[in-house]
Design a protein around this ligand. Structure first.
Ligand SMILES: C[S@@+](CC[C@H](N)C(=O)[O-])C[C@H]1O[C@@H](n2cnc3c(N)ncnc32)[C@H](O)[C@@H]1O
Length: 254
């Protein structure tokens, strides 16, 4: 939980009047979210020829991503979101938005993707969804192509004795997904895990994870095991970007 059906229901009735920008408030703005929190984590892979975004919503991250690729495909499970992106990016001929079943990547060609990303969306997805997308990416990524997925780690925060969650779940994270499960999905799919980062998002523990993994090139030498970075607090991680927006950026703030 949340299931794919619950995601469709939730995001269909959600009030999208700000296209999701309110979720960027803690970072300062969506620009600060992109430039300070997302871009430093993915700039190694940009610009890219062919980019996939899983679950773009109303295009909060897409607006920035589009400047760094030649071809872009966004797949989202919620029809309202696909329609909104088609409208928002009308005339951007390199971009295509597709509704999917929340599992499959059939709309992109095998071996065609140089970079795939999902931000702030699959945190609400069950392990089976992540497993399916990782398996799909193993076919769709080009050799050397990388994926960066933001997903839940709440499943790691269960009391070993009772199985109960040891923290609250106010942000609708999937309660079973974890960094360790992702590690297994990536290995089982024949992909290489490059790094994982555990972050706190309004909770007193690391409820979210960023995972980077790539499709190995033919003959690629084995790499050391992926490193995991655990941030001590949300404030420590992003406090500086909010300060920049409020202070150094105030003349341009809108
Ligand atoms: C919180 S919104 C985030 C949207 C966008 N990534 C952003 O950061 O503004 C969650 C989005 O994930 C989509 N979604 C949820 N589960 C999905 C799945 N299994 N496959 C594709 N899209 C999914 C929803 O339809 C919605 O557009």
């Amino acid at each position: 939980m949340p299931s794919r059906e619950q995601n469709i229901a939730n995001w269909s009735q959600y009030d999208w009047h700000d296209r999701g920008d309110a979720w960027s408030t803690g970072f300062g703005s969506s620009s600060m979210l992109w430039f300070r929190t997302i871009l430093p984590r993915i700039f190694f892979f940009l610009p890219a020829r062919n980019v996939l975004e899983i679950a773009p919503g109303f295009g909060r991250v897409t607006a920035f991503l589009l400047e760094h690729c030649e071809r872009y495909t966004g797949v989202d499970i919620t029809p309202k979101c696909v329609e909104a992106c088609r409208e928002r990016f009308l005339g951007v001929t390199k971009a295509e938005f597709v509704r999917n079943d929340g599992l499959s990547l059939d709309c992109v060609g095998d071996g065609s993707l140089d970079f795939a990303i999902s931000w702030d969306s699959l945190v609400h997805a069950e392990p089976a969804v992540l497993e399916a997308y990782v398996r799909g990416l193993s076919a769709k990524l080009s050799p050397g192509g990388t994926a960066f997925l933001h997903h839940s780690n709440l499943g790691a925060l269960r009391d070993p004795a009772t199985g109960e969650l040891s923290v609250a779940n106010p942000h609708w994270r999937d309660a079973n997904m974890s960094a360790d499960l992702m590690r297994g999905f990536v290995g089982d799919a024949g992909l290489v895990l490059d790094a994982q980062e555990l972050v706190q998002w309004g909770a007193p523990a690391a409820i979210d994870c960023f995972s980077w993994f790539h499709r190995p090139r033919v003959g690629e030498a084995p790499l050391p095991d992926a490193d995991t970075l655990v941030h001590p607090s949300f404030e420590a991680e992003i406090g500086h970007s909010a300060w920049l927006w409020s202070n150094a950026g105030r003349a341009r703030r809108s």
